[in-house]
Design a protein around this ligand. Structure first.
Ligand code: COA
Length: 401
């Protein structure tokens, strides 16, 4: 905090800022910040000051270090088309019993026809805005967490425009099944240090487009969906984002990936200065490749360690957790992590049976069902953890509302 004395801290360092909409008490320091950052703000400077009558350019102020953030709303959307384990047993050699015993999954949703990733993301975002009773033009930033955008260059901007978030900007965050957690942490950083007030974090994926539906080792696991949360600025003492821990390890990449064909060339053309690598080929992604056993081992080892690190940062222990909310990949992974952390089954949120692994969507999708189903209530402490390709993994301890 640039100015840590009691009184009003201007967005511009000195004096009061006109047009500031919100006043937030931060300890002994009261800071005002604009929700609509594109309105120019005039700051009354001391008479005779060189900054007198200066109208500031639109910029985001203050960099309020220490600002808190909280999850205030959620929403979700899934495709209409459902595939049961029995349906899958008609296309690959498997059975409902094998899949449900080894994974806990019984059915999943798959995008078909007119449905799109963008459509799911927008539907989930709209529900979160409605729950929050926040207007689209009050959103500062939309983070679309996805590994399967509609467009190579990302889908976030299309989503924020479709939602009518006309004062926001957007970007895509790609971190596979840890994507939502990465987006969530990023949102809190923009609030904490960037003066943002409302950040919509949407996790949406359609891995059904990237699995080989003849490979029984992978096609049984994945489904499509979207989930969203609205993260809002709050006073530091009301901070609901209590701790986080996040990692990546490129060495583990070989255990879970969908690679592009790098370095290929079209037919060699004679007039290309002798290069055999020109013109480059349009890369194509392979189907998802996975070493299930290694991924399983990685998850049951790294996820509890990460949650323990987040708990330590939050100065809490696992006995303080009201809900364990893991990326919904496999029931046996969820059970193993809960056992390691000594969290009883009744505190574990899981909807894996109905949707399978929906990648970046799985945490907000399960949260949304738990909130709307009346399980998760205001003030509850949630330990969330994402893990997956990259390899990437991480966790966060947060209070709901
Ligand atoms: N139906 C029936 N049999 C199947 C099958 C299926 N869908 N998939 C594999 N099998 C067979 C194998 O061919 C193998 O047969 P074999 O013993 O005759 O060789 C046998 O079942 C055991 O296969 P294995 O791969 O060793 O099973 P597993 O106990 O490791 O379970 C997973 C496989 C994929 C369910 C499990 O490894 C897993 O869930 N890993 C984590 C994956 C994950 O969560 N990925 C996403 C992370 S974000």
């Amino acid at each position: 905090m640039a100015n840590a004395t009691a009184g009003v801290v201007s967005l511009h360092g000195t004096g009061m800022c006109a047009g500031a909409r919100d006043m937030v008490r931060l300890g002994t320091v009261r800071c005002c910040y604009r929700a609509r950052r594109w309105d120019p703000v005039t700051c009354a400077a001391p008479s005779g000051s060189v900054t007198e009558d200066v109208v500031s350019k639109p910029r985001r102020l203050p960099r309020v270090v220490g600002m808190g953030s909280k999850l205030i709303a959620c929403g979700s959307a899934v495709p209409k088309f459902e595939i049961s384990n029995d349906d899958l047993a008609k296309i690959v050699e498997t059975s409902d019993e094998w899949i449900s015993v080894r994974t806990g999954i019984r059915k999943r949703r798959v995008l078909t026809g007119e449905e799109s990733l963008k459509g799911l993301a927008v539907a989930a975002g709209k529900k979160a805005l409605a729950m929050a009773q926040v207007e689209p033009d009050e959103i500062d930033l939309v983070i679309l967490c996805t590994s399967t955008p509609n467009d190579l260059f990302g889908t976030g901007a299309q989503v924020h425009t479709a939602l009518g978030c006309k004062n926001a900007w957007a970007f895509d965050a790609t971190a596979a099944c840890s994507g939502f957690l990465v987006g969530l942490v990023t949102a809190t950083r923009f609030i904490k240090g960037g003066g943002y007030q409302n950040v919509l974090v949407i996790g949406a994926d359609c891995l059904s487009r990237h699995v080989d539906w003849t490979d029984r080792g992978t096609c049984i696991l994945f489904g499509d969906g979207a989930g969203a949360v609205l993260v809002q600025a709050t006073a530091a003492e009301d901070d609901g984002f209590l701790g986080f821990d996040i990692h990546s390890d490129g060495q583990g990449y070989r255990h879970l990936n969908a690679k592009t064909s790098e370095g290929g060339t079209e037919e060699v053309i004679s007039n290309t200065n002798g290069s055999t690598n020109f013109p480059p080929k349009k890369p194509a992604f392979s189907f998802i490749q996975m070493n299930g056993k290694e991924v399983f081992r990685f998850a049951v080892r790294c996820v509890p360690q990460s949650i323990e690190a987040s708990l330590e940062e939050a100065a809490l222990t696992s006995s303080n957790i009201d809900w364990l909310l893991l990326h919904q990949a496999n029931r046996r992974i969820i059970d193993a992590v809960a056992t390691r952390l000594q969290i009883p089954a009744e505190k574990v949120i899981s909807n894996l049976a109905n949707y399978g692994n929906t990648s970046a969507a799985s945490i907000p999708l399960a949260l949304d069902e738990a909130v709307r189903g009346g399980k998760v209530k205001g003030g509850d402490i949630i330990a969330a953890s994402g893990f997956g390709a990259g390899l990437t993994w991480g966790s966060a301890i947060m209070r709901w509302q």
